[in-house]
Design a protein around this ligand. Structure first.
Ligand SMILES: [Zn+2]
Length: 121
């Protein structure tokens, strides 16, 4: 199994509704998102997927959230914008971009030391 990863950052504010502490207050992060794409074999060019294609897909999806207050942007107006939920919903929006390879995992870093991942299976 081959795996490749690309990463991007975006800036956004959020608050964790119902959290018993200061994360319930609005605050911001520079979120880092790492997506990992895999395949058992390589394409004709010897790649899992073109890094540029993967970065464009990630850019396109993150544009919906960059410099936003996540709690006001769907689906986080109804679902708490935790790193776990952000990883899940980014995965759902990104997986359709990859056809001859597979989106394996989305990891969202809220800080340099804290991350959450979602993967199917
Ligand atoms: Zn936070």
């Amino acid at each position: 199994m081959y795996e490749v990863s690309v990463e991007k950052t975006f800036a956004a504010a959020h608050r964790i509704v119902g959290y018993p502490g200061d994360c319930a207050n609005i605050h911001g992060h520079t979120w880092k998102v790492v997506i990992t794409i895999g395949n058992d074999k390589l394409n004709e060019q010897g790649m899992v997927v073109d890094f540029r294609y993967a970065k464009r897909a990630l850019d396109q999806v993150l544009a919906n959230y960059d410099h936003k207050y996540l709690n006001e942007v769907s689906p986080f107006d109804k679902t708490n914008p935790t790193a776990e939920n952000i990883a899940y919903f980014l995965y759902q929006q990104l997986k359709g971009f990859f056809h001859d390879c597979r989106l394996k995992r989305v990891t969202v870093w809220e800080s340099e030391t804290s991350s959450a991942s979602f993967q199917e299976g």
